[in-house]
Ligand binder design. Sequence first.
Ligand code: SAH
Ligand code: SF4
Length: 416
Amino acid sequence: MNPVSAETNSTSETTNAHVAAGANAPLEKIALETYVPPAKPSLVGLSRAEIAEQLGAIGVAPAQRKMRVQQLWHWIYVRGAKSFEEMTSISKEMRAQLDQHLTVARPEVVAEQVSNDGTRKWLLRLPSGDSIEKAHEVECVYIPETDRGTLCVSSQVGCTLNCSFCHTGTQRLVRNLTAGEIVGQIMVARDRLNDWAGRVTPTGSRLVTNVVMMGMGEPLYNFEAVRDALLIVADNEGIGISRRRITLSTSGVVPNIIRTGDEIGVMLAISLHAVRDELRNELVPLNRKYPIAELLQACREYPGSSNARRITFEYVMLKGVNDSLDDAKLLVKMLKGIPAKINLIPFNPWPGTRYECSDWDQIEKFSEYIFNAGYSSPVRTPRGRDILAACGQLKSETEKLSVRERQALRAMAMTD
Ligand code: SAH
Ligand code: SF4
């Protein structure tokens, strides 16, 4: 169930003896965790065909299945029903039959925090097959703004990649989330915000309008589940968040970038962070497998990108490491010909890290250079000079979001 891709488990990487010391850190770690499905499967995250299969398995006649799937889809994804009992357009007998074998369960919310500005953070508990380690946990964050509400969603528990500046990468145990657990994060957010059709929201319109795959994990190392989940999120007869309002961030899993455009069709964000292979090998060790030139070529070929649908390049600002004006110049040069925007992300420190965030005036100089070169960048927003920061630090414990984390998530959520 839910296998981690073969690539994730590959350890036979060739390392260049001349690269900096940090680059010799392991490229990837092996995903260790297991997933134990619950006794009664949830319909959340299943495609229409898979729901029909489940109905077949519990004895629903073939002629009825299509209609039942349509009803269930509506109750689950438009009305947000949490039980079959609520699905009053389905006969009582059928509801009882469904309830006997299936659920519409989402991940369990173990903690919720609401900050003064309305930002909310949920800690979700997921089933694990490991009784020694504590239960799996992921976080999901909602950031409301005047014109949108963005949900930052996780794709894995932990991450198999070891980016040297990322806290999530230090988490030892990793497992892929199922499509249901990914869609489930959006369901949970809508439950907690009372954001389902027919319910009155404070703004009179939907609250979760945008989704960013920028929580824990590398979404393109869990491609099938992420794809299946996002297709459900974008489905017009259900949650219906447009593909233009969904952004997937990757550290650069090149073979799956084109697939993302072809099979999901969402907006793409690339965690670039360095303009030279030697440095990127150290910051994002996956670069040793897929170097910058290959990554940028995949971006050039990304299906559906255009000036109206730009690729976002994320660039974490690390003091004395990647923040010189030479870096900015090279960055502008190398993105030539790609419909791009750049998000500068002030580094978020965490205990034990060897990096520091760039000085503010250096971030300003850097951003000014790329702005003058014609790149749209969050510094241009009325919020002023606060070049927005990254989260990338989601940890499996509840904490208040710092101002920087909030700004990071806002920056990432920016769409044209
Ligand atoms: N694995 C995916 C998506 C999750 S990380 C990826 O790497 O793109 C979301 C973003 O946060 C990435 O751009 C990541 O590089 C960035 N990030 C990670 N750790 C960070 C930190 N400590 N400070 C600032 N940004 C960070
Ligand atoms: Fe994984 Fe992304 Fe963190 Fe790298 S930055 S370790 S890919 S979550």
